[in-house]
Design a binder for this molecule. Sequence first.
Ligand code: MN
Length: 303
Amino acid sequence: MKLLKFYLNKSKMHFGGFDQDLNKSKFIIFGAPLDSTSTFRPGSRFAPMAIREAASNIETFSFRAGIDAEEIMIYDAGDLTINENLEKTLEKIGEIVEKITKMNKMPIIIGGEHTITYGAIKNISSNIGVISFDAHLDLRDEYPLGIKWSHATVMRRISEKIGEDKVFFIGTRAICREEYEYAKQKKITYITSKEIMENNTDNIVNRIIRKVTNRIENIWITIDIDVLDPAYAPGVGNPEPEGITTKQLLDIMEKIIKNNINVIGFDVVEVTPIFDRGVTAIQAAKIILETTCLIYKTRFLNA
Ligand SMILES: [Mn+2]
């Protein structure tokens, strides 16, 4: 526990208002307010507090899971102190996730910008895949020019680390030529937002499920909130029109989790509260609550 105490500052406000006992908790949530590589609209450093507050002010019962998140033990460990050295910050995130996993608990991270996801998976040695809900592919080699580590390159670095056949994208609609060619060359699986809107979600998600089942042991899920249409989530760093709805996101999430895909943790990133009046933080809080209830039901109640 020392590691958690050393790196994390506990907040007076707890996620969902749940002040739980650490030892009894199955989930540990913490904030990673990293906000140093944003290229358009900064401010994701304010997301953890905004999402905590939002989660404390919406209902926590999940119809999808038939569970109230209040009954699940979710311990809020506070926010990570961000080091000015990006590499050190990612290292710390990796160490915390490792520690939580070794405690047989599941980590949930509130970003911060998308770069934190590399930290989340960096110390996981098992056969791991990443499912990314995102308008973007974040597969550029450098962005801005000369910068290897940023919110726009994070999935490239992850794909290089774990294998291009182990990263999957949902809700794609905003990419550059370089990413398009890279994804094509490496046969990377992505589902566009247009495909989601025009087809039965079940059939579409099966494309990913088939590639995970019996081949990838553990899955980390990352939710860049800009996967939602800006009409639903305007408070993001890089808004992109033609996004999916909250229902489409949660239907897909439910399908993934119920398909015996072993989710070992997840993050929600890129909420930028200063660009709206609180709605994006509420979407993020809802997505965290629903996802946690679905994981709890599948992994802990049906086990
Ligand atoms: Mn994005």
